[in-house]
Design a protein around this ligand. Structure first.
Ligand code: G6P
Length: 610
């Protein structure tokens, strides 16, 4: 989604801001802009439709000076992508504003401000913020007070940053529903919507809370809560690397992140399993007591994270002996649901900021869920802060829009949660130990699977001219088939659907012909014979299959079927193991189709608006 970067420094900040925008490019955007306050205390700005590089080029031709500045990448909501709609938005020559999110009452405010004589140049909801701040300043308020009064009039979700060229040594930031982080430097301070943007200039960050307004100067950061009271927001050192934003030797972030999975999982396991014993306090203080009392688990997530939750349902019910539901956050938050006694809400999210998931968590707390846990990849994110317990996946920064290592590390977290809950329910010690042992074999197993890349690349050729694809799996591989279909859709734009293989006869068989490739995930588990019957159903109708099969499952390539042998693994980790070949398949198909792998059209990495 949109990205924000801002700075108050003694040196010129335009280059820092543009580099920050570059580091947010992965989130998806259509235009970029910047404003600074120059040596003559004048507001100067530049905007470009298209990539940040266009803006960087414009600044090379006409540089902007000044130590106070804000910059933005916009993804259109109100008003088409255009230079005029790009941020920053200005008022009366001295106020500049950038904004993420949506101002729901912008029409009423626009009419009010027109009545005061303000003229609007864009179709955006953001422009009302610029004029409102300017209007509030007329009463002689400070910039801080004017922004505080402004945000009280805004309805909707926003993260916004305001500066005033007549008061050039400060920027004011306000958060309500859209994340903002303060970055602390020496004699200079920064703000951004994602700390990734600021890693080249600082590693010390404090996250703003909902309703916070902060005044940022070169030497001070003063934060005020929703009531206007001065509050402390603790600054912490970031654990992500500065170079997490680099592709290294890889052609795309998605490929790099796919190959990082063995390391990401090693990091996620580290310190959590001592021998085969799980350190339950890794979920937070008092986790063991909370898990002991849980009688039902409700999982909530969106997109790829939803698929990991689907796998966890199989694990929790079969292994931990506890009932579990899984629901898409945008559905859960808008229906009345029944809350069983002693239920825990578990949210899954790479970013920790997905608007629907956050709203679902807040609703769950209101309607009587006893406890909450977030499995998340971003420390300090909203879901983590607002949950009783959290499990941090240690995947490192994930830049590719299509999620890879965040998904597989989430599955590791979910398996550990299954162990933590299972030990208080029906899971025998010997089974707990066997699951822990399997988890420890996972990184090496994934390295073996990655060695299949070149055969999968060859297979991808067959998909170049296909419009559709069908993915099949059974049991805990059904969600993996769904995740495989989602990956293919997201990055190659081929229409793909997944079915539980047992459902074939209830509809999808009608689609089978030589133009419909059928991808099958076939580990050697207790459903393999059932799956083989489903494969025969496809073969009998002239379908062409691509089977990722356990090396011992006796699938042989022939005219109707291409088999990729996957190294044998324990059943419990098979959903994680079989994810990787499907990620590689979608990647290589996208390469052949020439799509934008890391920033697929119309998609965003982190969806912080509804
Ligand atoms: C977006 C991304 C997906 C992601 C989903 C949920 O749609 O493009 O890759 O799975 O959001 O994001 P989350 O951060 O909550 O896991």
């Amino acid at each position: 989604m949109c990205g924000i970067v801002g700075a108050v420094a003694q040196r010129d900040v335009a280059e820092i801001l543009v580099e920050g925008l570059r580091r947010l490019e992965y989130r998806g955007y259509d235009s970029a802009g910047i404003a600074t306050i120059d040596q003559q205390n004048l507001l100067v700005s530049a905007k470009r439709l298209g990539k940040v590089q266009e803006l960087a080029q414009a600044l090379q031709d006409s540089p902007l000076s000044g130590g106070t500045g804000i910059a933005h990448t916009r993804r259109a909501t109100h008003g088409a992508p255009s230079e005029v709609n790009a941020h920053p938005h200005l008022s009366s020559g001295n106020i500049a504003v950038v904004h993420n999110g949506i101002i729901e009452n912008h029409e009423a405010l626009r009419n009010l401000l027109k009545g005061f004589g303000y003229e609007f140049v864009s179709q955006t909801d953001t422009e009302v913020i610029a004029h409102l701040v300017h209007h509030e300043l007329k009463t002689g308020d400070t910039l801080l007070a004017a922004v505080q009064k402004t945000v009280q009039q805004l309805e909707g979700a926003y993260g916004t940053v305001v500066m005033d060229s007549t008061d050039k040594d400060r920027i004011i930031v306000a958060r309500s529903g859209s994340p903002l982080v303060i970055g602390y430097g020496l004699g200079e301070n920064f703000i951004a919507s994602d700390m990734m943007a600021l890693l080249p200039v600082t590693r010390k960050f404090a996250f703003l809370e909902e309703g916070d307004v902060a005044e940022v100067t070169r030497f001070d950061v003063n934060v005020y809560d929703i009531n206007g009271d001065s509050v402390e927001r603790e600054a912490k050192e970031a654990s992500v690397n500065h170079d997490s934003g680099d592709k290294g030797e890889y052609r795309h972030y998605m490929l790099k992140e796919t190959y990082e999975q063995p390391t990401a999982i090693r990091n996620t396991l580290e310190g959590r399993l001592t021998g085969t014993e799980l350190n339950i306090e890794t979920f937070g203080n008092g986790a063991d007591d909370i898990f002991k009392n849980v009688e039902h688990v409700q999982i909530i997530a969106c997109g790829t994270s939803y698929h990991s939750g689907m796998v966890a349902r199989y694990w929790l019910e079969e292994l931990a002996g506890i009932s579990c539901n899984i629901e898409i956050a945008s559905e859960f938050r808008y229906r009345k649901s029944f809350v069983p006694k002693n239920s825990m809400i578990v949210t899954l999210s790479q970013s920790g900021e997905t608007a629907d998931t956050l709203a679902a968590l807040r609703l769950a707390k209101e309607i009587g869920y006893t406890s909450s846990l977030s499995i998340c990849n971003v420390p300090g994110s909203s879901l983590v802060r607002e949950s009783d317990l959290s499990f941090m996946t240690k995947a490192g920064a994930e830049i590719g829009v299509a999620s890879t290592k965040a998904f597989t590390t989430q599955l590791v977290g979910l398996l550990m949660m299954t162990l933590a809950i299972g030990k208080h329910h029906s899971m025998p010690l010997v089974q707990q130990e066997s699951i822990a042992k399997s988890l420890l074999t996972l990184p090496n197993k994934l390295e073996e699977v990655l060695a299949l890349a070149s055969s999968i690349e060859d297979l991808a050729e067959d998909f170049a001219d296909k419009q559709h694809a069908l993915f099949l799996g059974r049991g805990d591989q059904y969600p993996i088939a769904m995740e495989g279909a989602l990956k293919l859709k997201e990055i190659s734009y081929i229409h793909a659907e997944a079915y539980a293989a047992g459902e074939l006869k209830h509809g999808p068989l009608a689609l089978i012909d030589a133009e419909m490739p059928v991808i099958v995930v076939a580990p050697k588990n207790d459903l393999i014979e059932k799956l083989k019957s489903n494969v025969e159903e496809v073969r009998a109708r002239g379908g062409l299959m691509y089977v990722f099969a356990d090396v011992d499952a006796n699938f042989l390539s022939d005219d109707t079927m291409k088999v990729i042998n996957v190294p044998h693994c324990d059943d419990i980790i098979a959903p994680i193991v079989y994810t990787l070949p499907l990620q590689l398949l979608s990647y290589y198909v996208a390469i052949i189709k020439g799509t934008d792998v890391d920033q697929p059209r119309n998609l965003a990495k982190s969806v912080t608006v509804e």
